[in-house]
Write a protein that binds this ligand. Sequence first.
Ligand SMILES: NC(=O)C1=CN([C@@H]2O[C@H](COP(=O)(O)OP(=O)(O)OC[C@H]3O[C@@H](n4cnc5c(N)ncnc54)[C@H](O)[C@@H]3O)[C@@H](O)[C@H]2O)C=CC1
Ligand SMILES: C[N+](C)(C)CC(=O)CC(=O)[O-]
Length: 496
Amino acid sequence: MTTKIQKAACIGGGVIGGAWAARFVLAGIDTKMFDPHPEAERIVGEVMANAERAYGLLTMAPLPKKGKLTFVKTIEEAVEGADWIQESVPERVDLKRNVITQIDAAADPKALIGSSTSGIMPTELQRDMKHPERMFVAHPYNPVYLLPLAELVGGEKTAPETLELAKARLAPIGMKGVILKKEIEAFVGDRLLEAVWREGLWLIKDDICDTETLDDVIRYSFGMRWAQMGMFETYRIAGGEAGMRHFIAQFGPCLSWPWTKLTDVVDLTDELIDKIASQSDAQSGAYGFRELERIRDENLVGIMQTLKGSNGGKGWGAGKLLSEFEAQLWANAPKPEAKASADLLKLLEPKVHPSWVDYNGHMTEFRYNQCFADAADAFLRLIGVDMDYVAAGHSYYTVEAHNQWLDEAKLGDALFVEAQVLPSDGKRIHTYMWLRRASDNALLATCEHMMLHVSSKEGKSVPPLPAVLEKFNQFADAHASLPVPETAGRTVGQRK
Ligand SMILES: NC(=O)C1=CN([C@@H]2O[C@H](COP(=O)(O)OP(=O)(O)OC[C@H]3O[C@@H](n4cnc5c(N)ncnc54)[C@H](O)[C@@H]3O)[C@@H](O)[C@H]2O)C=CC1
Ligand SMILES: C[N+](C)(C)CC(=O)CC(=O)[O-]
């Protein structure tokens, strides 16, 4: 059975179903959506717009051609031909069970059926199915298009291979499936989250703090730790050199004092709900809902990108997964092609990522360099210097670059890099590049760049292999008649 989802169906297109659809469509999967809500198309369209924006910031790797999203009028139409069906209707056992039973009756018996339920046991949901062995919980986290985790939980009738297959099918869409050993209400994540939420409600009710202070306590401290190491790895470090055993010896007794009110449930009276809602309005009411989503997305993108560079560049946690996803996108991308002509080569079309913006509120200095370095890589791929060529022991290393920073770029700006190949022999590649803003063509920076061909095994400069040299010469010859840019060869501080 294939490990790639060929066609997806989403039943329910609210906060979660809409974001699952975005995840599928942006991974190139045709997706059908059924949701009886009269405004389902508008709502899903808005989620999709935010998701596309987030992906534009998340990665420069070439995304596949978007899948087609089709809204249909029945569950039967939606599931026809789908090999992954994701149920995301409201959290009610009777409703979910009916919808899943209806999906089961209409779908290909081999299609996988995942439920987004936050806490209902899959055994409950698969009770009336004819083919319950292919049904499981795939519990995602909001926003599904960015947060990569899905808890995979089987019920009494779920076949173990279903969970393995589901996990394998999530990987190509950039997700990490974790298989739980046993079913339990609320799985792992929501058990933890509910425990913390319940305690938070007590802290608000008892006037210990307001919602803003509570959120500050999380986001300025352990929230940041959790994004990268979770609970147990964090506490291992907190135990000092003696590690986990010392940590438990020191803080274990607090559990039975106890420090928390976790077993008592707060009575959600109208008065308490008003209190929480008005504190939340005071905290976040200045932002619209979609605006707040976009801020959240930018922050998540920044965190994932930072984690991608962690651990000596090997990546860590969600950042390592992003790096693996990008490697897969590059491997699946069609080989770049450009006909050598006297036109400048458009090599790169990046967007200003959140993590690229510095304290001056604009793209920081070294990200200009990144645009030029990525453009140089794009040129190398054009002449056949791809990962196979590098793995075989050859590459180009940059030996000199001269930049001019001419104008600012702001968060989200679409940019592009064009290049001219200057006279050079292929062992050396001499280029001149211009970084421009797409909206008004404004020139933001230039880079004169020199690379040297090397044998990475021998650690010295050598001529390129003939196929690469031939390709390079085609581009160099095509640009030979172009005038050399006025500022090429310029030295730092030179007056015009
Ligand atoms: N909102 C969250 O943070 C998370 C929610 N979940 C789970 O995802 C599921 C959906 O939750 P949300 O998206 O938040 O709810 P939502 O209320 O935003 O969306 C539910 C959607 O289902 C549609 N719907 C209702 N009856 C339907 C039917 N018979 N067939 C097809 N569509 C139908 C509604 O029109 C609505 O658009 C729930 O099981 C929830 O527990 C999981 C992870 C996080
Ligand atoms: C609140 N919730 C139970 C719906 C939360 C989840 O299920 C996961 C999440 O995204 O926090």
